[in-house]
Write a protein that binds this ligand. Structure first.
Ligand code: UTP
Length: 458
């Protein structure tokens, strides 16, 4: 039970006493919900915003390069395969956030993106887990993090589509938390009388939410050791990745971060580097153009490896952080917000605070990177396709084009003669093959030439 006097005291201490103005005129139920929410917020945390630590001595993280991967591939795949088959791997997909850039009011995952089948992003991601589960002969747990804004719609969407063939108990939804959005003076805002304006607490919210929802404990109890982490908006993010899991097993990693060689020194990505003996993701905003272009004695870019936000987390490591009471810090970014000002919803400039999952990296004792082929694993959907059909950067159109190019490459590698018009749509369902190797192993030469659209289902 909360005590109104201690709430007033708490808010005063953190410069938030304005929130109590108007509380007396709220109806009982609204007032009590409002005060309960206000009382549970960590206002102290809201006043401390993580500033990037000084960079100091920046060195290279240990990264398993493509060459090293080729040398170790057979052993790693065998180890990863054994882990999958032993039930030691689960998949975590973060699907919260607000998807403001995509501009759809529905969750990003509901977006119908597949060019031929019209499948949604959720369906494509879920079918990867289904395809993996079928391949190894056991259900792989699929954890889906929503936000309070996307939770209901996401659950209904999965239910309406029969969980895309997955078992109901295999799909575990849990919602991330929210944090108050602040005005430029750091004061919390309202979205309605008796309702704080809040935003989802970032993909890093998945750590606390995994714990709070009981999912981390359940995974540990079920003997899961490795959590393959993907973001819903990367169409090509693999979940059937024995080499990745094998590396986690072989090197007993706390975390593996997939990395790609930057397309050019100025590419706007977070970088995996080692600072003072600990791995860290340094955002492109944190480095000057000179730093971004600087090279080590071997002539390699220091900020060489970009992070496309795919990881493999050790469950033991996450459980250890939980026992330590670790909390991922909040970062602020300036955003336009819609808040209640003098009784009317008004656009104001303010701050959203978010946690980033990669802030867990410096906590890891064993952290390594693994280089990936960008074209094979990274097709982000961030921005809307322009209304004239033009492919804006990282839009559904560019992501679909990347997926198309991948399928074309698979068919070509299988010996299919291709003479495709530029607008041809090639789509291969994850239920037919989720990886190039699977495709080549399964391909039955059902066509030898292609000159137009082609769709292959499971
Ligand atoms: P983005 O950083 O692109 O954010 O998320 P967003 O909310 O999807 O889109 P914008 O920035 O508002 O346009 C990267 C990934 O992290 C997840 C998203 O679902 C996406 O898979 N995410 C982001 C969360 O799960 N929760 C968040 O609070 C933010």
């Amino acid at each position: 039970m909360f005590d109104p006097f201690s709430i007033a005291e708490l808010l005063k201490r953190h410069g938030q006493e304005h929130l109590l103005a108007g509380v007396a005129s709220l109806d009982d139920a609204t007032r009590s919900t409002f005060l309960r929410r206000v009382a549970e917020i960590d206002w102290e945390e809201m006043t401390h915003h993580a500033e990037p630590p000084p960079l100091g001595e920046v060195g290279a993280s240990r990264v398993v390069t493509m060459d090293e991967r080729a040398r170790r591939r057979a052993a790693l795949v065998a180890a990863g395969e054994a882990a999958y088959r032993a039930g030691a791997v689960a998949v975590l997909m973060v699907a919260g956030g607000q998807g403001t850039r995509l501009g759809s009011s529905a969750p990003k995952g509901c977006f119908q993106v597949a060019p031929h089948s019209g499948k949604s992003i959720y369906q494509l991601q879920a079918e990867k887990v289904l395809s993996l589960s079928r391949r190894i002969g056991r259900p792989v747990a699929f954890l889906v993090m929503t936000s309070p804004m996307t939770d209901e719609e996401t659950r209904e969407f999965f239910q309406a589509h029969g969980y895309f063939g997955l078992a109901v108990d295999q799909v575990r939804f849990f919602s991330q938390g929210t944090v108050p959005s602040l005005d430029q003076q750091g004061r919390a805002l309202l979205s309605a009388p008796g309702k704080l304006l809040e935003n989802p607490d970032g993909h890093g919210g998945c750590f606390t939410a995994l714990v709070k929802s009981g999912n981390l404990a359940r995974l540990a109890k079920d003997g899961v050791k490795h959590l393959v982490y993907i973001q819903v908006d990367n169409l090509l993010a693999p979940v059937d990745d024995a080499e990745l899991v094998g590396l986690a097993t072989a090197e007993k990693t706390d975390v593996i971060t997939k990395v790609l060689e930057k397309a050019n020194p100025d590419e706007k990505v977070g970088h995996l580097v080692n600072v003072g003996g600990r791995d860290r993701i340094v955002e492109y905003t944190e480095v000057t153009p000179e730093q971004a272009r600087s090279r080590n004695a071997a002539g390699e870019l220091i900020y060489r490896w970009g992070s496309p936000a795919m990881h493999c987390w050790s469950i033991d490591f996450l459980a250890y952080l939980d026992t330590k009471g670790y909390k991922i810090p909040l970062h602020r970014s300036g955003k336009p917000l819609k808040a209640l000002v003098e009784g009317a919803l008004t656009e104001v400039k303010g701050w959203k605070s978010e946690r980033f999952i990669f802030d867990l990296l410096p906590e890891a004792t064993v952290s390594i990177g693994i280089a990936i082929d960008r074209d094979a694993e990274f097709a982000p959907v961030k921005n809307a396709t322009a209304t004239n059909g033009k492919a804006n950067v990282d839009s559904p159109a560019t992501a679909v084009a990347l997926a198309h190019a991948q399928y074309v490459a698979w068919l070509a590698a299988a010996g299919v003669k291709l003479s495709l018009p530029t607008n041809a749509r090639i789509e291969i369902s994850p239920l037919y093959a989720a990886t190039r190797e699977q495709f080549l192993a399964k391909w039955d030469k059902r066509v030898t030439e292609l000159s137009g659209d082609y769709y292959l289902e499971g």
